[in-house]
Design a protein around this ligand. Structure first.
Ligand code: FEO
Length: 401
């Protein structure tokens, strides 16, 4: 059964959600599912903004048919060629053979990579600032390379002041009836997954996100229509502020992330003591994760959030314990910057990982090592408590408490 949502008199939500998916992009756990948003404008011309993932073909097909109400589709805007949005492009073109595909030049090349169907005559290439009039609506195309792929553009509806923002301002999670942020407690219930989505999907491309934000600053935006998650009406400024901070790699909060790996519990016991001492010293914002247990996408998200990071890990095969090594490479590949670190190493007979952790962290722009003096041999000993107290004092001072 179709499930079309009327957003305005001429704008309809024709997207859908997948709650069977366990790993988005084969990489990120989505325990609350994933939405693939698609929007139809019914003006003098009809214009569709992106399709959806192939898992949603049936629902999307019914939605599009119902929203078109017997009309043909005149335009499909391909803002992003990643298959979670364009998988059904060929099917839509088959249903509407006269449809014009509006996209960037880079998208044309990608369409040819993903599909065999497209003839160049179907395509209308647009570049920065180009506009399209569909009757009452005038759309302006805005290039957004690397947010999240190089071909990406976003579209501003100058008439209704809506920004169709592609992956930008998306969140993990299905749409559960409520389609708008002002129908839910967005900051409490959705911001964490918005942060995890941003940091993992586009976290590496802060510079390019900054460029898009500068363009967005010149627009009067009444509604953000992303390709994943809720439509944003009430929290536009808050979301823009968060994007600004995340893309500048500025911590959102003064606080401590303790990321550790521990084979037999010696390292875990040490960081539990550290956390307790930090708390006793007045630190209120502490999060701890065993990186062998918690998926790195969650820990990365918290790393973007907090100002201070403790890395505590075991030596393994003369290197860094594997789950921690993976996490550190994820931190580096997502370009995390401007954090203050403490390193705690463990090694029962030849502790060697501390220096290797340091080598990875010191390459991160703006990183500052506060302390790496604690070297545990299997378990923390009474005589090392002073070192631990020093770490606590250094961190408390650095946190400005
Ligand atoms: Fe939602 Fe980059 O795809």
């Amino acid at each position: 059964m179709y499930n079309v949502r009327k957003i305005t008199d001429s704008l309809f939500y024709v997207g859908c959600s997948d709650r069977k998916l366990s790993l988005f992009e084969s990489a990120y756990p989505v325990k609350e599912g994933m939405s693939y948003n698609s929007y139809l404008i019914s003006d003098e011309k009809t214009i569709l903004f992106d399709t959806v993932d192939k898992s949603c073909w049936e629902q999307f097909q019914e939605n599009l048919k119902a929203a078109l109400a017997g009309r043909q589709l005149d335009y499909i805007v391909v803002q992003h060629m990643e298959p979670d949005h364009c998988a059904l492009l060929e099917e839509v073109v088959k249903l509407h053979p006269n449809v014009k595909i509006i996209c960037t030049q880079k998208t044309v090349a990608m369409i040819k990579q993903f599909f065999n169907f497209v003839a160049d005559s179907n395509v209308m290439v647009v570049k920065e600032g180009d506009t399209l009039n569909t009757g009452r609506h005038e759309f302006q195309f805005i290039m957004a390379p690397m947010v999240h792929w190089p071909e990406v553009m976003v579209t501003y509806d100058k008439t209704d002041k809506i920004l169709f923002s592609a992956d930008a301002f998306g969140t993990f999670g299905a749409v559960n009836g409520n389609l708008y942020d002002n129908e839910v407690n967005w900051e409490r219930d959705y911001l964490d997954e918005a942060r995890r989505y941003y940091t993992n999907i586009v976290g590496k491309y802060g510079l390019q996100v900054q460029m898009l934000l500068k363009k967005a600053a010149g627009l009067d935006i009444k509604m953000l229509c992303p390709l994943h998650g809720l439509i944003i009406k009430e929290n536009i400024n808050l979301f823009l502020e968060k994007y600004d901070r995340w893309s500048k790699y500025e911590p959102e909060e003064n606080g401590v992330l303790i990321a550790y790996s521990s084979v037999y519990g010696g390292t875990e016991s040490a960081v539990n003591l550290l956390a307790a001492k930090l708390a006793d010293s007045g630190v209120k914002n502490i999060k701890m994760f065993d990186v062998s247990i918690t998926h790195p996408s969650f820990v990365l998200s918290e790393a973007f959030r907090f100002s201070h990071i403790v890395i505590a890990t075991t030596t393994y095969n003369a290197g860094i314990f594997e789950s921690m090594e993976t996490f550190l490479h994820i931190l580096a590949s997502h370009n995390l910057q401007n954090r203050k670190y403490v390193i705690i190493q463990n090694g029962s007979w030849a502790p060697a990982c501390g220096g290797q952790v340091k080598e990875i962290l010191e390459k991160l722009k703006g990183s500052e090592l506060l302390d790496d003096s604690i070297c545990i041999k299997s378990t923390l000993k009474e005589e090392q408590i002073t070192l631990m107290d020093n770490v606590v004092n250094t961190m408390v001072k650095s946190l400005g408490l």
